[in-house]
Design a protein around this ligand. Structure first.
Ligand code: B12
Length: 475
């Protein structure tokens, strides 16, 4: 029997975010002559019935499930989404014995703990385009599992992890995008994601991206990226969001992608948003991003205080932020500065100075996250997460194997009333999106955000922060 895979998206957060990974994996399976079917539970009204129906439809050789989020990384809600994914895996197991393979950025942040917790048979750490077809074929031919890059599986009483490999992304074709119902996601999610590169070499001490995506940046062929957006634009999908860790790392490739979008005349029909680093954001890049249709940029700023930036392992300084703000204003981008407050060394004066700098620089929006999510393999996870090193009162959430359950560091030097302190500093300024507020318009969590869901239903498109901004401005 030819192998056949059931691809499953278990992510039910609203507004919906399209499972980009499944589009890319589907293209790779097709390339390897492996048939697939996609079950997208994002739109399911009865998960058990949909699973039962899908698994009984054909003889599948494997079920491949994407794990995008372990939790919502949001200090105040601490939604442990992996619990829901585990329930879905248990439900699948009630209806079939077909082996289950998990992968995805959430899985790759903590491969063995996630596999153990979810009870799936196999996991693939890192990129799936090469390893998934190999694994599916080896399951039907019983070839040796130890040769499959990034494969995580049980061997006796422990787990074996094969080293991941990062084949040449430049030659990989990912532009088809026709497995997922992207048009529905566009209607209900307001934008569609795309990747232009993978990996991040910035080394920020708290960030899990290098664990999941690798520390070495690998870039896609700009032509394939432009083809991908052109295919989607033909389906009348015209607003996009980058899914790179940082679009401008490296800036030279970002410029090449922009030039390609201009060259194939896409730039005049689409708009897009990007995540970018304040380090290495040049005038030349701003110019090309503008020409290529970019309308909004979300900068991972973290702090406006140079000592704190250093202590987070960041490369930019407060002077870079001044330069970025001036460029964004000159080129007419909506731009967001995302703050991450409460790390080691932070105190009320550094928080105050940061908020004051934000007021001066006047970005379109400022996102404030309080508390650092700790991940096992990161520098901060290793140093701050060890109970023996960090004072107990700095750690929040439930300690668990592999730091799977939401687990945060918030320096006790900020005091117990730090939320009220920040709220007083913001003083009702609507440019600030501060997680935790009950006030409509300030809710900076995209996990089940009914205000955003309604706005998108009413026709708003774009990055969520920019939709919140426009809603607010519309009164
Ligand atoms: C872009 C982005 C966003 C955008 C999405 C825009 C869009 N339209 O797509 C926005 C801003 C909306 C967003 C929102 C959120 N995000 Co976000 N996001 C990202 C980012 C940068 C990219 C995600 C992505 O699509 N990557 C591209 C795809 C192709 O990669 P991939 O899924 O990893 O898939 C590859 C491999 O993992 C593997 N693979 C994937 N699935 C499978 C399955 C199998 C079986 C196999 C074998 C392999 C495999 O192969 C794929 C191709 O190589 C990631 C960080 C990152 N660098 O990945 C964070 C990230 C996923 N987000 C995160 C979070 C927390 C959220 C929110 C919950 C935040 C919030 N509270 O509001 C929401 C949730 C939204 C939702 N509904 O799910 C966290 C999750 C961490 C965690 N603890 O779980 C991440 C990791 C960021 C971080 N470092 O903290 N996000």
């Amino acid at each position: 029997m030819d192998p056949r895979v059931l691809l499953i998206n278990p992510n039910q957060m609203k507004p919906v975010v399209a499972p980009l990974a499944l589009d890319y994996l589907a293209e790779s399976l097709t390339h390897h002559n492996i048939d697939f079917k996609l079950l997208d539970l994002a739109f399911s009204e009865d998960v058990e019935t949909d699973i039962k129906h899908s698994v009984s439809e054909r003889d599948f050789s494997a079920i491949a499930l994407t794990v995008r989020n372990i939790d919502d990384s949001y200090f105040l809600s601490r939604d442990f989404c992996l619990e829901k994914t585990k329930a879905i895996i248990q439900c699948i197991k009630r209806h079939t014995q077909v082996p289950i393979i998990v992968g995805g950025v959430g899985f790759s942040i903590a491969p063995v703990p996630v596999l153990r917790y979810c009870g799936a048979e196999f996991g693939i750490w890192g990129e799936g385009e090469w390893s998934l077809p190999l694994l599916v074929r080896s399951l039907s031919k019983a070839t040796a599992l130890h040769t499959i890059p990034g494969l995580v599986y049980r061997e006796g009483s422990s787990y074996r992890i094969n080293p991941p490999s990062y084949p040449d992304l430049y030659t990989l074709r990912l532009s088809q995008r026709d497995a997922v119902d992207n048009l529905r996601y566009y209607r209900e999610g307001g934008m569609i994601g795309f990747e232009s590169k993978r990996g991040c070499d910035q080394g920020c001490y708290y960030c899990a991206d290098p664990l999941a995506k690798g520390e070495k940046v690998r870039v896609r062929n700009p032509k394939d990226v432009a083809d991908e957006l052109a295919h989607l634009a033909k389906k009348k999908i015209t607003c996009f969001h980058t899914c790179d860790s940082e679009f401008n790392v490296p800036a030279s490739h970002a410029i090449d992608v922009c030039k390609e979008l201009v060259r194939n005349k896409l730039a005049s029909t689409i708009t897009w948003y990007a995540y970018a680093s304040p380090f290495g954001f040049s005038e030349e890049l701003a110019l090309w991003m503008k020409r290529a249709g970019c309308v909004g940029i979300d900068f991972g700023v973290d702090s406006g205080h140079d000592r704190i930036l250093k202590s987070l392992g960041r490369r930019h300084t407060s002077d870079d932020l001044r330069g970025v703000a001036a460029l964004c204003r000159a080129y007419g981008f909506a731009f967001m500065f995302d703050l991450l407050l409460g790390g080691p060394g932070e105190d009320r004066s550094t928080v105050r100075e940061t908020i004051e700098l934000m007021r001066q620089l006047n970005p379109t929006r400022v996102g404030i996250s309080l508390g650092l999510r700790l991940y096992q393999g990161t520098r901060f996870g290793k140093i701050l997460g060890e109970e023996t090193h960090a004072p107990q009162r700095a750690l929040f959430g439930e300690p668990s194997s592999g730091m799977l359950k939401p687990f945060y560091y918030l320096t006790p030097d900020l005091g117990p009333d730090i939320q009220e302190y920040i709220r007083d500093l913001i003083a009702g300024d609507r440019r600030f999106l501060f997680g935790g507020s009950e006030d409509i318009g300030e809710d900076y969590n995209y996990n089940n955000n009914s205000k955003l869901v309604q706005a998108i239903k009413d026709g708003y498109k774009g990055a969520f922060w920019d939709i919140l901004r426009r809603l607010e401005e519309a009164g």
